[in-house]
Design a protein around this ligand. Structure first.
Ligand code: TTP
Ligand code: MG
Length: 406
């Protein structure tokens, strides 16, 4: 049976949640991200704000210059997390084959569901309607034979869209689109391909594979398949979800090592808490830094043993930080830490090691207290420095990158 994959993505998610709570914001240029004079970036912009050129990732100062009348909202992550959970719950009513991507996006495998809903198109209409009725939010939906084309279709249909690519028409649907529309073609790849005279997906799809591989390495092969509309990746349920990360932008670029360390420690604790809550351990730790000139680097370290301990996350992150700071003299604008290569928690052989066992017990005891009294109820000595830097609430410190203050 031909596969039918649905990709669904909520429109201007953070902003729309704010508009449901405060209907006066509807139809206006609204930005979630922080104060216009702040140093963070736009997390979400309403479509009215986008008409002025605003988009996610744009510095807030630029956004307020382009659209001074925009309404700027700090945002609150717990609110978006709740809306996201309700959104995912609606989707699981339609298909158990659900792969959430971040908070406001998911793939559904709808193969074989035609008989229940009449058609995949009808199923998508019903999903959109329930989201509208129960959450007050608009969603855009793409339907195709594989994930990548479904995602391109939903993006193209925004806002409040529904676009189905008929079976077998994937390649011709993609052909006229600019290469940047294809997930996996980032800025760098786009520039490289443009340099080779490749501007639309048709040109990418007919490029000899060997030439593409010599320019892009292994990812060339995947992009070639995608450009030809070929994508047989399965819809993977959330148990196999891949990474957890936290990051924040400082209110002033900084070289202050104790501050960088304390922030890294706090972010690492947030990552560790979620990792344990999900019952996972990580094999890989990644540090992210953005410097004053916006250059962004990531540095990765693979652990010999998977871990879910705050101490290991922090120690590894700190090792990466020290190395990165030795290589680059610029001040730091943003710092983040993440874990990936997640595996199910389970006792490991070296859990017999007494010091590790103690560390595990300590992490879990702290998790329990925090669950009851709030994240900052317990603070390790290393993060106390943050008291003077970030405002505090029960949920923890309110970081500059509000979407990530969780
Ligand atoms: P997106 O789905 O990329 O953006 P969006 O929902 O605001 O707008 P649309 O889908 O209609 O284009 O991201 C979902 C949410 O994730 C977004 O509302 C805010 C958050 N986010 C950030 O915090 N930072 C970012 O850089 C991006 C892209 C999103
Ligand atoms: Mg969205």
């Amino acid at each position: 049976m031909a596969r039918r994959i649905i990709h669904i993505d909520l429109d201007a998610f953070f902003v729309s949640v704010e508009q449901v709570e405060n209907p006066e914001l509807k139809g206006k240029p609204v930005v979630v991200g922080g104060r216009p004079e702040g140093r963070g970036v736009v997390a979400s912009a309403s479509y009215e704000a986008r008409a002025f050129g605003l988009h996610a990732g744009m510095p807030l100062t630029t956004a307020s210059r382009l659209c001074p009348q925009a309404i700027f909202i700090q945002g609150s992550f717990p609110k978006y997390r709740d809306a996201s959970q309700r959104f995912m719950t609606i989707l699981t009513d339609f298909s158990p084959y659900l792969e959430p991507l971040g908070l406001d996006e998911a793939y559904l495998d709808a193969t074989g569901f035609e008989s229940i809903y009449g058609s995949t198109h009808q199923m998508a209409v019903k999903i959109k309607q329930r989201i509208k009725d129960e959450l007050g939010l608009c969603a855009s939906v793409g339907i195709a034979g594989g994930k990548v084309v479904a995602k391109v279709a939903s993006e193209l249909s925004k806002p409040d869209g529904l676009l189905e690519v008929a079976a077998g028409k994937e390649r011709s649907f993609l052909a006229p689109l600019p290469i940047a529309k294809l997930p996996g073609v980032g800025r760098k790849t786009e520039r490289k391909l443009n340099g080779l005279g490749i501007n639309i997906l048709y040109e990418l799809s007919i490029m000899p594979l060997s030439a593409l591989k010599s320019h892009l390495g292994a990812s060339g092969e995947v992009l070639h398949r995608f450009a030809n509309g070929i994508d047989d990746r399965e819809v993977e349920p959330p148990a196999t979800a891949k990474s957890i990360s936290r990051e924040t932008t400082f209110s002033k670029d900084t070289r202050d090592r104790p501050l960088l360390k304390a922030t890294l420690h706090y972010l690492g604790e947030r990552v560790g808490a979620e990792l344990r809550q999900r019952g996972k351990r990580a094999r890989c730790i990644t540090l992210k830094l953005r410097y004053a000139d916006f250059t962004t680097i990531t540095r990765r370290h693979s652990l010999s043993q998977s871990s879910d301990s705050d101490q290991t996350i922090f120690d590894t992150g700190l090792g990466l930080l020290n190395k990165a700071l030795a290589e680059e003299r610029q001040a730091v604008r943003l710092i983040g830490i993440g874990v990936s290569n997640l595996v199910e928690s389970g006792k490991q052989l070296d859990m017999l090691d007494a010091s590790r066992e103690r560390q595990e017990q300590l992490d879990r005891a702290i998790d329990r207290i925090r669950k009851k009294y709030g994240f900052t109820a317990i603070q390790t000595g290393r993060t106390l420095k943050l008291k003077d830097v970030f405002p505090q609430s029960d949920e923890g410190y309110t970081l500059q990158t509000p979407s990530l203050s969780r």
